[in-house]
Design a protein around this ligand. Structure first.
Ligand code: FPP
Length: 277
């Protein structure tokens, strides 16, 4: 059950409320991460320019965040701009995405205040244009005291470069504190990730049907349930977030164990013959 105490179920749409009522409150995910994909194809199918797809995608960001906040989801992390996006897209599209981000922040901070959403970022954000960084900092500071959903935008983010940054930080700490290498644990690596302050995602959603991780949170999703939908991101709404959560609740998470089948383990396993190969 969530602890943020910001449930506002009565503000859900009728359709969302009906689906929410079927969910098990004790098995709601704490952290949902989303690879937002398909803006360009959504636009292409309608003979529109790609930037229109991104604009509609920004609307989905707003609506999905608001549903997350109404159901009291503590952590929502969205892959908004990857390091690869910067390197592999036409400059005009990258510039447009940066302008869209600034305008999104400018026009959504008030809504974030109204819906108790706090915004934060992960990624090599210091490499983004200064005017974008200024707007990001402004939105982060304005919403810092909100206690509902934390919306984390991954911007100029790459999972492998996050690991490089974490290992650099850890190596510096090892040198400074003269720590023996055999004392390094997974927790030490975790402490140096951009996401050190949040739990790992329980559920990763990818839109537009692609079965790829695309360098998104590779360390953090080791035990995350993955849900892929054919729907393009500009068509993704709060109801689809709830559908993904319903699907998540039908799964059994085993973390490398054998879950509820534990009782079936044969007690005479040590007497079973193993055929020589
Ligand atoms: C993929 O679509 C999506 C992105 C490039 C990143 C997501 C960006 C947004 C949702 C825009 C606004 C975001 C914020 C936070 C204001 P694509 O262009 O790769 O689609 P395609 O694979 O169909 O070409």
């Amino acid at each position: 059950m969530y602890s943020s105490g910001t449930l506002r179920i009565d503000e859900l749409t009728h359709e969302e409320r009906n689906l929410y009522a079927t969910l098990k409150p004790e098995r709601l995910p704490e952290h949902v991460a989303i690879i937002m994909d398909g803006n360009g194809r959504w636009a292409g199918q309608r003979s529109l320019k790609r930037f229109v797809g991104h604009q509609q995608g920004a609307k989905s960001v707003q609506l999905v965040t608001e549903t997350a906040s109404r159901i009291g989801l503590p952590w929502l992390t969205l892959y908004a701009f990857s390091l690869e996006n910067k390197l592999r897209r036409p400059r005009a599209e990258v510039t447009f995405l940066m302008r869209l981000l600034r305008s999104y922040l400018e026009s959504n901070v008030q809504r974030m205040m109204d819906t108790n959403v706090r915004i934060r970022y992960i990624g090599r954000t210091r490499e983004l244009p200064l005017e974008v960084q200024d707007k990001m900092n402004w939105a982060e500071e304005a919403t810092a005291r909100n206690t509902g959903t934390t919306l984390t935008l991954a911007l100029n983010y790459g999972g492998r470069s996050e690991l490089v940054d974490a290992f650099r930080g850890l190596a510096a700490e090892i040198e400074r504190k003269h720590i023996g290498l055999d004392r390094i644990t997974e927790q030490d690596i975790h402490r140096h990730l951009y996401t050190a302050h949040m739990p790992d995602p329980d559920l990763l959603i990818r839109t537009s049907g692609e079965m790829r991780i695309s360098n998104f949170l590779p360390w953090q999703i080791a035990y995350t349930e993955i849900y892929v939908t054919e729907r393009f991101w500009p068509d993704f709404r709060g109801i689809h977030l709830l559908e993904a959560i319903a699907d998540f609740q039908r799964r059994e998470r085993r973390y490398g164990g054998i879950g509820e089948r534990c009782g079936e383990v044969e007690e005479d396993a040590d007497r079973i013959q193993i055929a020589a190969s």
